[in-house]
Write a protein that binds this ligand. Structure first.
Ligand SMILES: Cc1ncc(COP(=O)(O)O)c(C=O)c1O
Length: 444
């Protein structure tokens, strides 16, 4: 393909607004559809039936509805919910920086200087020095050439993957990667194949079979898996991607700031050269105490994303100044105070040890701040979460479709501000409640 035709194709991809660009799919003979309310009445869509079923279960069991519950105060180890002080295991504020006076002060100062919005996309006139400062300091800390920050973790992950891979490319992803990665893979139009969780042999076999039929090949994994709290074998993934000339992307949402002696994620944890991971991604909503995302890697990657990828610098407004300032302040604290990361893993290890000693199933969780407590079914997960809430502990249930139907669990996020006493209280309560949980009736 000549450079000119590649540029024309890129332009068409960025600019195309009209015409039927789903023509190949539309060309497949389609059956005639008998219209019924579930095709035009949103209240009849299958999700709404699932939701009604869940609400009915809560009412039937006399449980208080626990979704979209408002809290007051900073989401730390304790939060105030409905006038009660609750022990909180459902925030990603790993390093406890969301309420840190230095982070709050930086955000306030940014509002004083820049207002609450830059009023434009970065590429046009939305650029302010805070973005560049964050990106340069992050790239230096990670040991890569460049970084770019964006407005939303989910949106940036989906947008960047959706942009990098094209119809003629291959995406191989760990079956447990986050929805934002999956969505990016879907919108890219590339061939997508999941490999079994952390199964490098299976990944290798897929590459042997399929690599030769595609142009770019992208391997997607996470630094710490958000549902299971385990860490993949990144050195092995690097070896595989090298031999098959693929690109490796690691979502470090739950690993950056937490794992590794300096808390700098998988590179720090395994003692790797950062340049061996092609695309470093993380959200800013966890250890960075803000909201948004970043991609880091080579200068070429970052230059391309900044100038061409929709949802990074194009077709999207700039990050908000207060947010960028908070992320920058958190980054500086993360660098200066690595003991925070070690405290997260230490308290999570205490949780894991106590839970296992009490006979609870914590799945494959190790070395991270995420600990699931596996439960037999969705009903038990909903019931346990509601009863914990009644007893002053907030731990959110994870049920289908967020996890497989047989993977229901409560998920605990540990932060450096949790104490051993708080963890012990939660474990004792879990054990006590689990012993009295009603047998599931197959309602959900
Ligand atoms: C692994 C992972 N990736 C991406 C995201 C998306 O980030 P955000 O929620 O900050 O948009 C999340 C969020 O929970 C996540 O857990």
């Amino acid at each position: 393909m000549t450079i000119e035709s590649e540029v024309n194709r890129l332009r068409a991809r960025l600019m195309s607004k009209s015409g039927d660009d789903t023509a190949p799919a539309a060309a497949v003979a389609r059956r005639r559809v008998e219209l019924s309310p579930e095709h035009y009445d949103i209240a009849q869509f299958p999700e709404m039936r699932e939701y009604a079923n869940m609400r009915w279960y809560y009412d039937n069991q006399g449980l208080a509805w626990n979704m979209y519950r408002e809290h007051l105060g900073v989401a730390s180890a304790e939060v105030e919910i409905e006038g009660r002080k609750m022990l909180n295991f459902s925030s990603f504020n790993y390093l406890d920086l969301s309420g840190d006076p230095r982070v709050k002060e930086a955000a306030k100062r940014a509002i004083d200087i820049y207002g609450t919005s830059t009023g434009s996309g970065r590429i046009v006139r939305g650029e302010i020095p805070l973005f560049g400062e964050f990106e340069r300091e992050l790239a230096e800390l990670l040991g890569v050439e460049a970084a770019v920050m964006g407005v939303s973790g989910w949106g940036m992950n989906a947008g960047v993957i959706g942009y990098l891979a094209r119809g003629q490319d291959l995406i191989l992803y760990d079956e447990l990667v986050h929805n934002s990665m999956l969505t990016g893979a879907k919108i890219s139009g590339a061939r997508r194949i999941a490999f079994p969780h952390n199964d490098c042999d299976a990944l290798e076999r897929l590459l042997v079979t399929h690599r030769g039929s595609y142009e770019r090949a992208l391997i997607l994994t996470e630094g710490v898996f958000s549902m299971d709290g385990d860490i993949p074998d990144v050195p092995r993934l690097i070896d595989i991607k090298r031999r098959h000339r693929a690109l490796l992307m690691v979502d470090e949402a739950h690993s950056i700031g937490v794992i590794g002696p300096r808390g700098l994620g998988v590179v720090d944890h395994f003692g790797l050269d950062s340049r061996d991971i092609d695309i470093h991604f993380s959200t800013l909503s966890k250890s960075f105490a803000a909201i948004g995302g970043y991609v880091a890697g080579s200068k070429a990657l970052v230059t391309m994303l900044r100038h061409y990828a929709p949802g990074v610098g194009l077709y999207i407004a700039a990050p908000n100044p207060a947010n960028a300032a908070a992320a920058l302040a958190a980054l500086r604290i993360m660098r200066a105070e690595p003991q925070r990361a070690r405290a997260v893993v230490a308290i999570a290890d205490h949780f894991r040890e106590r839970a296992q000693a009490a006979g609870l199933d914590i799945g494959p969780s190790h070395g991270s701040g995420v600990v699931p407590v596996m439960l037999p079914d969705s009903e038990t997960a909903l019931w346990m979460s509601a009863r914990l809430f009644d007893n002053g502990v907030f731990a959110f249930p994870m049920i289908f479709p967020v996890v497989p139907r047989d993977g229901a669990r409560l998920r605990f996020f540990l932060s450096m501000s949790h104490t051993r006493e708080q963890v012990d209280r939660a474990i004792d309560l879990l054990v006590q409640l689990l012993a009295s949980a009603p047998r599931p009736k197959g309602m959900i």
